[in-house]
Design a protein around this ligand. Structure first.
Ligand SMILES: [Zn+2]
Length: 165
C-alpha cells in the first residue's frame, strides 16, 4: 500500500509499505477514505522522539472497516468509522474517567508510537473503544472537519446523543 513515511527531520516520502495486519484480537484494519494533516506532520523536526525512521504519519481519519479481530464486537467489515487519533482500552483508570488521551495502553499513539492514518490502510488497537461508527447518510467530509476541532470526549458524547453536526 502507499503511505507517507517519516525518515528524519525534514525527510518524509510517499512510498510503498506492507498493508497492516491484525496483531491482537481487539484490533481492526481500516481502509482510509479521508485523513487529516496536523501541524506536527508538516514541521517534524525530530523533537517528537517517538516518531522514528519508517513510521507512517497521520492521526485522524474517516474510513471503512476492512477486517476485525475475533474480540471486536461492535464493528464489522464495511462499517464507516471515525478514527479520532486516540486509542483507548476503556478499562484503565484514565479511560474510566473519560481521559482517553491518557490511556495507559493507548492515547495519542497513531502517527507517533504506531503507524498512523496517512496511508491506504491502518491498524487500530482496541477497535471497539477507539473507532466511532458513522450513521448512514452523514457527510464524511464534514466529519473530518469535526474530528480536527473537537476532542474525543466531545465527539463520543455527541455521538451518543446523536448531536454531531
Ligand atoms: Zn485505557
Amino acid at each position: 500500500m502507499k503511505a507517507l513515511v517519516y525518515h528524519s527531520p525534514g525527510k518524509k516520502s510517499w512510498e510503498e509499505k506492507p498493508k497492516p495486519e491484525l496483531k491482537k484480537t481487539t484490533d481492526a484494519i481500516v481502509k482510509i477514505l479521508k485523513t487529516t494533516l496536523y501541524e506536527t506532520d508538516l514541521h517534524m523536526k525530530g523533537d517528537l522522539l517517538e516518531v522514528t525512521d519508517g513510521k507512517i504519519l497521520g492521526h485522524e481519519a474517516v474510513g471503512i472497516v476492512e477486517e476485525v479481530g475475533s474480540s471486536v464486537n461492535n464493528l464489522k467489515k464495511g462499517d464507516y468509522v471515525i478514527i479520532s487519533g486516540i486509542t483507548s482500552c476503556d478499562k484503565c483508570e484514565f479511560c474510566k474517567k473519560e481521559m482517553y488521551a491518557h490511556c495507559k495502553k493507548g492515547g495519542h499513539v497513531l502517527g507517533y508510537t504506531i503507524d498512523g492514518t496517512q496511508a491506504e490502510y491502518v491498524r487500530i488497537p482496541y477497535a471497539d473503544n477507539s473507532l466511532y461508527l458513522i450513521p448512514t447518510g452523514f457527510d464524511k467530509e464534514a466529519l473530518i472537519q469535526s474530528i480536527k476541532t473537537e476532542p474525543k470526549k466531545q465527539i463520543s458524547h455527541k455521538f451518543r446523543l446523536g448531536k454531531l453536526l
